[in-house]
Structure formats: structure tokens, C-alpha cells
Design a protein around this ligand. Structure first.
Ligand SMILES: Cc1ncc(COP(=O)(O)O)c(C=O)c1O
Length: 514
């Protein structure tokens, strides 16, 4: 997820210059124009918008077809721009020429404002392994709507959901929140309190939400990255205090040497390593064998905590999340997205000893909407009736079918790419060999990826969220027929992608150039 550039472009020019200097947002310059930069006539087709510069003909055609099919989204976006920055509620939802505006969704499908139907593998950036309107979630939520939605008082569902979580993940106590950002923020604070240290180690390219500790080196510009064994801490936008930046140490994913280096450089100062066990904000990047265990050992040796940010993997990778899947036990876990069945729900957990810092009033945690009854009911229904062993078997079959189908089509078409998946997530990676870290990911061909995305969308499949650092999600409500249609559409699109790739040769602009 990384439309950071939009922040920079939307700012007044003196601020923008500052912002670009300090954050490198300008790397997205060919894709970053906001409404203010569009032709004043509002006619997107008359002028050649700068974000379309150097696009392959085939991509231009797909975008033209997208504009033809979705005029109501264009109009809705234009109107939204008057009152909402970028016309969207989260920067990640904005892209050129304009985002699809959604009307409704049910099961595995959604409709846009023009009535076009899509098989949905965006699923709210992976927050809906339940699919849309899962009957068990709807029933549980409906009931609570009539019994009172929120009281700011304890209730019995809290214990019930904490039990469900402690059954699956290696934690003894849990507290709840409403988003991933919130729970990774609390986890970092607790780790600092538990160790009496200020620094948190994170990986270059990893996303853990929007708080000051997390928004560092998320998508740094190549020239700002520095030594791969000791990467620079690059702010992910203006407004992050320098003092805060000093307390975030960055290492390279799949590079244990870089992690050991950082611990040597900051002896006794690193409170925790926070990581996604599978790096999922660079497409999908698997940990190499031994990497997670290596981190476990480094943390144990240095008295630091290991925090698994399982906002994406917790529900979607396996019944017991990444610790079950990889057999490595973290000290803390953070959960959000798919555990809420579509409602805003987050949780963080650890051993009793660590969580007792809250019980002893040493670390403060609160929140008006924590454990509101609607989100808790959705969470309970999700754990008990959606994230079941049978459903993991069902989505596992679908994931296998989709992954193997993609691989066969890639091979047949001659596309230089590979396909990777884990649990219900997967991605087409437009790069010939497996990426190991963020810097590898910056080499993927972005315009070819856009060609893929718009071509799929124009044919009724939302293959993943927009942005080439995302991945597909399969919900429990997807069917074999959905996967067959997805594959049929990819089969139709792949030869054009292979052709465009050959014609563009090595002249493409990688993700780092955008
Ligand atoms: C791994 C990870 N952690 C944390 C977050 C932040 O979650 P939220 O958007 O709910 O604040 C995200 C969001 O995409 C994420 O992918």
C-alpha cells in the first residue's frame, strides 16, 4: 500500500517541496496527479494527462475502456474531490484516472455505481475472508443492533472472544481495539515498557499502520535507502517527529545479518522486532527458511520481544495464524482485518507477564469503542462460524486451484513473471525471480501491472486491491465457479501482457521509479 505521493502533490507548493525533499514522495511523479492537476475542463480524454505518459498502447486502451464502463464512478469522484482530500477516505483508495465507487456487495461479488459486477478479490484490502454479508455475521450483528450497540461497560462477549483468540494463538491475555494501526501501536508501547528500551526494529518496506513508529521506511526512495545491512530510517510522510524517527531502527527482510548488525549498533536499546511474518506490502514475499527462527533467536539472546503483526496473516494464513504455519512463537501478536468479519475489530495479545503491565497500571490502554457489541458479535461469529477448520480446507482448495491455474497460464503465455500464494492470499509478481525483500520488489514493472489490473477489472474480476504492493484474497464464500471465471479472464488477458512485456523490453519503469 503506498500512494504516499498523493500526500505530497496535494500540498501547497512550498510544503510540497519540503515534503518531497524529506520523504521522496516525488518518485511517483508520473502517477500522482490529483484533480487539481487535471485539465480544468474536467475532460480527461482531451488532454494527455501526465500520468499516462509513456504508457503502452494496450494499457491506454484498457484505461479508456475502464472510463467508458464507469462514468458514474468518475462523476462521484469528481464530486467527492470538492469536500474530501483526494476524494477518498484513505489514501490507499485513490488511483488514476479515478477509483471505482462501489454500490453494494454480497458473497464473493460486488457492484459498482454503473451496475457492473465484479468477482471481488480486493475484499477490503483483505479484511473480508468472510466475504460480503456472511449470513452468520449478519445475524449476529443484527441481533446486537436491537440490544444496544455500545455501552463503554464490560460484557461477557469480551471474555468469550479472548478465549477464542487464546485457543488459537500463542498468547495468554488479550486486549481489543478497532484497527490494525491501533493494535500495533499498543504492542510497540508495551514492548518498550516491558524492556525499558525505546527503539523498535522494523523491516524496510513493511507496513504496520499509521502511527509514528510504524510510518517509517514503508516505501523509501532508492537513493534514501542506504546500506542494505543498515538501512536508513526514512519517514513515510511529513509530520513524523525526528525524535520518533530516531527510535525506529530499520533492517532488511530475509537478511539476518542486517538484524544482527542493528542489535550490535544499538546494544541494550532495541525493545522489539515487529514484522509481518510474510511481507505483504510488497506483493507477497515469503520468509526464507530459518529467517523467522533466526529472529526468534536474536530476540531471545538480546532480551527483546518478537512481535508478529498478524493483521493480514492472523486469520488468513491458517487456523492458528503464522505461528502455527511456521512453527515459530512470537512474544506478542497483533490481529485485525479478517478477524472482524467486516466490522472494525483489532486485538493484541501476549503472555500474562507482559499483559500484566496493563493490569498493574504501568502501561495505559483504553478506547471508547473498544469491544463495542456489534464488532464483538461479528468477531465471535467470524471465529466460530467462518474461520473453521472446514472453511480453511475449502479456501485452501480454491487457493491451490487459482495459484496453479495462474502458473500454467503464465507459462503458456511466456510472461516473465511468477505466482506466489500463502493461505488465501496470493499475487502475480511481474518479475522473473522470487523477491526476497523490499528492494527486489522495486524492480517490478508497474505499468505492466496496471495493464493486468485494468484488463481484469474491465472483464469483471477485481483481481486484488489496486496497487502493485497488494495481493488477492479468497473468501469462504468464493466458489469453484468464481475461480474458473477468474482464470478464464486471466487466460484472455495474459497473451496481451506477454506481448506488451516483450515490446517494452527493459525500458519499463520499476516500482522504484514511480
Ligand atoms: C500488516 C498490517 N499491519 C497493520 C495495518 C494497519 O491496519 P488498519 O488499516 O486497520 O489500521 C495493515 C493495513 O493494511 C497491515 O497490512
Amino acid at each position: 500500500m503506498f500512494p504516499w505521493a498523493r500526500l505530497a502533490r496535494a500540498a501547497p507548493s512550498h510544503l510540497r517541496e519540503n515534503c518531497e525533499k524529506s520523504t521522496g514522495f516525488n518518485r511517483f511523479s508520473s502517477h500522482t496527479l490529483t484533480a487539481g492537476n487535471r485539465p480544468a475542463t474536467g475532460n480527461r480524454k482531451t488532454a494527455n494527462p501526465p500520468w499516462s505518459k509513456n504508457m503502452h498502447d494496450a494499457l491506454q486502451k484498457e484505461i479508456a475502456s475502464y472510463e467508458k464502463r464507469t462514468p458514474k464512478s468518475a462523476a462521484a469522484h469528481k464530486r467527492a474531490l470538492e469536500r474530501i482530500p483526494l476524494g477518498v477516505a484513505s489514501n490507499y483508495r485513490h488511483y488514476e484516472p479515478y477509483p471505482l465507487f462501489v454500490k453494494d456487495g454480497k458473497g464473493s461479488r460486488i457492484h459498482d455505481l454503473d451496475g457492473n459486477e465484479y468477482i471481488d478479490h480486493n475484499l477490503c484490502f483483505g479484511a473480508l475472508m468472510a466475504g460480503h454479508c456472511h449470513p452468520a455475521v449478519v445475524k449476529a450483528v443484527e441481533q446486537k443492533l436491537h440490544e444496544g450497540t455500545t455501552f463503554g461497560m464490560p460484557h461477557e462477549q469480551e471474555w468469550e472472544l479472548a478465549e477464542e483468540i487464546c485457543k488459537r494463538y500463542p498468547v495468554e491475555m488479550v486486549r481489543f481495539g478497532s484497527s490494525g494501526t491501533e493494535v500495533t501501536m499498543h504492542a510497540c508501547r508495551i514492548a518498550r515498557a516491558a524492556t525499558g528500551r525505546d527503539k523498535i526494529l522494523k523491516f524496510e518496506g513493511a507496513y504496520h499502520g499509521l502511527h509514528d513508529t510504524a510510518l517509517v521506511s514503508v516505501k523509501p526512495k532508492a537513493e534514501d535507502c542506504g546500506d542494505p545491512d543498515a538501512p536508513n530510517s526514512v519517514p513515510g510522510g511529513a509530520g513524523i517527529p525526528k525524535n520518533s524517527l530516531e527510535n525506529v531502527v530499520v533492517a532488511s527482510f530475509n537478511n539476518l545479518k542486517s538484524v544482527e548488525n542493528r542489535f550490535k549498533q544499538h546494544p541494550g536499546q532495541i525493545a522489539a522486532i515487529i514484522l509481518e511474518p510474510i511481507l505483504m506490502n510488497v506483493g507477497l514475499c515469503m520468509p526464507q527458511p530459518g529467517f523467522l527462527q533466526g529472529l526468534r533467536d536474536i530476540c531471545s539472546k538480546n532480551g527483546a520481544l518478537l512481535i508478529f503483526d498478524e493483521v493480514k496473516t492472523g486469520a488468513k494464513l491458517a487456523w492458528g495464524g503464522a505461528s502455527e504455519f511456521f512453527g515459530v512463537k512470537p512474544d506478542m501478536i497483533c490481529l485485525a482485518k479478517s478477524i472482524g468479519g467486516g466490522l472494525p475489530l483489532g486485538a493484541f495479545g501476549a503472555s500474562r507477564a507482559v499483559m500484566d503491565l496493563i493490569s498493574q497500571h504501568k502501561v495505559f490502554h483504553g478506547g471508547t469503542y473498544n469491544t463495542n457489541r456489534v464488532a464483538m458479535a461479528a468477531g465471535l461469529a467470524t471465529f466460530r462460524q467462518v474461520l473453521t477448520r472446514e472453511n480453511y480446507a475449502h479456501v485452501g482448495e480454491l487457493s491451490k486451484k487459482l495459484t496453479e491455474g495462474y502458473r500454467a497460464i503464465v507459462k503458456k503465455s511466456g510472461l516473465q513473471a511468477y505466482v506466489v500464494s500463502a493461505g488465501v492470499n496470493g499475487a502475480l509478481m511481474l518479475y522473473p525471480k522470487e523477491i526476497q525483500n523490499y528492494r527486489d520488489w522495486t524492480k517490478i514493472d508497474v505499468d505492466l501491472w496496471r495493464h493486468y489490473w485494468f484488463a481484469m477489472v474491465n472483464r469483471g474480476v477485481l483481481p486484488q486491491p489496486y496497487w502493485w504492493d497488494e495481493q488477492w484474497t479468497i473468501s469462504v464464500q468464493h466458489t469453484e465457479a468464481d475461480i474458473d471465471k477468474h482464470l478464464a479472464v486471466f487466460e484472455e488477458v495474459a497473451p496481451a501482457l506477454a506481448k506488451a512485456q516483450q515490446e517494452r523490453g527493459l525500458a519499463f519503469v520499476g516500482a522504484a521509479g514511480h
